[in-house]
Structure formats: C-alpha cells, structure tokens
Design a protein around this ligand. Structure first.
Ligand SMILES: [Zn+2]
Length: 385
C-alpha cells in the first residue's frame, strides 16, 4: 500500500471527545453543588464540525454558530439553571434558543464553576492578564481526595501501581505517579473454598508484600478501585479507602499572585483599565500606597473578600460587589469591581488555545463569539448606544 503525500487523513471527533478533554482540565465534580455544569442540550455523540466559544448563549451567538457551521457551542454560564416548566416558541427567549439548537443539530455544553476552580481557569487567567506572577489559588478546595492503601505481593507492586496511575490516581500538585511503598509481611489462611494465587489453601501463609499508598481524587475513586482489583493477583485483595481532609493543590477558588516590582496604585489602575479593556470601574480605597500582592476572582467573587484580606493582598479585583462590602474594605484593601463580563471573558482565550491544540489534526475550527454578550453598558457623554 502506498500513500502519496497529498493525501491527508482527518480523524473525526465527537462532542464527547471534546467534553472529556474539558472535564480532565475542569472536572465536573469540583463544581459548586447547586451549579448545572456539563451538557445542556443536544447529542454528545455528534461528530463535531466547528466549535463556538462564548460566555453565554444568546440569539446572536446562535446566529454566528449557524453561519460558521459550528455544531458545538461551549459557554461558561449554564443555559439551564432552573427547571424549565414550559416551552413557548413564540415569546420565551430560552425556549426559542432551545428550539433553534434542536432544529440546527447543535450541542450546547457549559463549564462554569468547575472552570473557575481549576488551574488556568477563570481566575488564573485573570491573574495572568493583570501581569501577576507566582499565581496560586486564593483558597483551595478540601476533602475531595482519598488515600488508597493496598497490600501487594512484591512482584506485582508495579503492575498494581501503574493500573491505579492509569485510572487517574497518584496526582499531587504538579506531580504524577506519586506513591509510597513499604515492605512488610502479609499473612493469610485460605478456607477450603479459597483459591490463593500465592501459597496453598488451608495453610497459614506468609508472603513478602508491599503496602502501596496512592492519593486518588474523589471523582477517580471508583475507576481506581476497579483498576486495583483487575491488576491485583489475589482473589481477595486487602485494601483501604481512607477519606482525606487535605486541601487539593490543583483545585480552588480565586487566585493570588504578585508583581516582581511593586506598582504605584495609579499605575496599577491604568494597567488594569488597559489590560481588561475597562471603560470604567468602581473601587474602595485601601491601605497600601503600592501594589505587590493582588487577589482576584473572575465573576461574583465577593465571598472571597476575607480570604483576600487574610492572604495579605494589597488589592482584590472581582465583580458584583455590594455597597456594604465596599465599606468593609475602606482603609484595609483596595477593592475593585472590574465587571462580571470583563473579569471572565479572558478564559475563552485559554479555552480556544487548548481546543486548537486538541483538534490540530482535525478539520475542526474554533471560533469565539465576535460580539459582546455583556448586558451592562456605561453611559458617557457620547450618548446612549
Ligand atoms: Zn460568571
């Protein structure tokens, strides 16, 4: 068989392939409990033509999707948040959008608080956009990991460990393949109905074993236990699943970073305005004259105000801040409301970059919505838009 160099083969991808990738970056299970992340409407098994990214879906977003032959729309804000009780295709915008999606065979998917709570998610990208360095979460999510501890005969320890790693276990921050192995002596006595893979039944056996310990995220636990059982040579592997209270280094809320050289507050303000393309912003006066440490949270992040103060940030940039929260900030921390849309929109660049990389062997094109879905405008002397 001979292929000429002009012949190109393109692999096709389904919406599910894209969704699987997004959820390996921003696992659904980390989302806020009351959130509705994931598939909103459409067929996940559909072959992807092109993809459109937007903060939310509106009729003009749909128009662009149809024009550019996108049959997968990925938004940050979920389209379905409260139960839909009726579908009125004459008057109700949500119903009409749903009808248009179905009629045009478009799948709609949302990554919301799970995209807020991951590295290079909404807040990390906002921090990068402000030019911050040494970026980390402002507060980390807790109690979403388990320690899987299993006794394995010495000759099988690598096989069992590798199976658990392949199922997603052993991730600690930027490290993978993390395990602890300690040699010891295992004993057992198999009944007449047993089928021991080491030693004999109805005999007290001693076997050199490793105690293998591996951290597993809560949402990988079932797969890890299944992999452990499949790879383990024993009829009845002895293992423990222990819940951990630890913070998870890879998932958290908000972000904090610093400038190598502190900025004057005036310079920080003009840089913020330029980098986030703000026409205006609200703020309360803080304490420090210069800005070194900056906490951020894309979207409605007021709940993290105390965390930002505790972390010693000079400035906290977020959105949807209430009057009384501004009061709490005075002479304590520069509190800036830079707008919900303006603090979140930049994550679409990161989504675009990642999906372009993922689909580089395919014909799939990634587009961003060209207009703005921001409903909030600023009045200026040029008049009403
Ligand atoms: Zn938002």
């Amino acid at each position: 068989m001979h292929f000429t160099s002009e012949v190109h083969f393109f692999l096709f991808m389904t919406c599910n392939d894209i969704i699987k990738y997004i959820e390996s970056w921003a696992p659904k299970e980390t989302a806020w409990q009351k959130d509705n992340v994931g598939l909103q409407a459409g067929a996940p098994n559909r072959e992807v033509s092109n993809i459109l990214l937007s903060l939310e879906v509106t009729p003009p977003v749909l128009e662009q999707a149809i024009r550019q032959n996108c049959n997968l729309i990925i938004t940050h804000h979920p389209f379905i948040f409260t139960p839909i009780k009726t579908l009125n295709f004459d008057h109700d915008t949500q119903s009409i959008i749903l009808q248009t999606l179905i009629k045009n065979d478009i799948t709609l998917y949302s990554a919301h608080t799970n995209l807020d709570f991951t590295k290079d998610g909404v807040s990390f990208i906002l921090a990068k956009k402000l030019g911050l360095q040494k970026i980390n979460f402002l507060t980390k999510l807790k109690s979403n990991q388990f320690k899987l501890s299993v006794n394995v005969p010495v000759d099988a320890v690598d096989k069992v460990a590798d199976a658990i790693f392949a199922a997603g276990g052993g991730i600690v921050g930027e490290y993978s393949g993390c395990s602890f192995r300690q040699k010891g002596l295992g004993t057992f006595y198999g009944s007449s109905s047993s089928n021991p893979k080491r030693g004999n039944k109805e005999k007290f056996e001693r076997v050199d074993e490793f105690k293998l310990e591996i951290v597993v995220y809560a949402w990988k636990l079932n797969a890890a236990v299944k992999a452990l059982k499949a790879a383990h040579p024993y009829e009845e592997p002895a293992f423990d699943v222990l819940p951990l209270e630890n913070e998870n280094p890879n998932h958290g809320a908000g972000a904090i970073g610093e400038f190598e050289i502190p900025l004057k507050i005036d310079d920080f303000f003009s840089q913020l305005k330029k980098n986030l393309k703000l026409s205006n912003f609200r703020y309360a006066t803080g304490k420090s004259k210069t800005v070194k440490k900056v906490a951020v949270c894309g979207g409605s992040g007021s709940d993290l105000f105390n965390e930002a103060v505790k972390a010693g940030a000079d400035v906290f940039v977020t959105a949807d801040i209430k009057y009384h929260t501004f009061h709490d900030a005075v002479d304590k921390i520069w509190l800036i409301d830079a707008g919900h849309y303006e603090t979140e929109i930049h994550v679409l660049n990161e989504m675009e970059r990642r999906l372009k990389n993922l689909t580089k062997e395919n014909r799939i094109k990634i587009f961003k919505y060209k207009g703005s879905t921001n409903p909030i405008l600023f009045y200026n002397k040029e008049g009403v838009n």
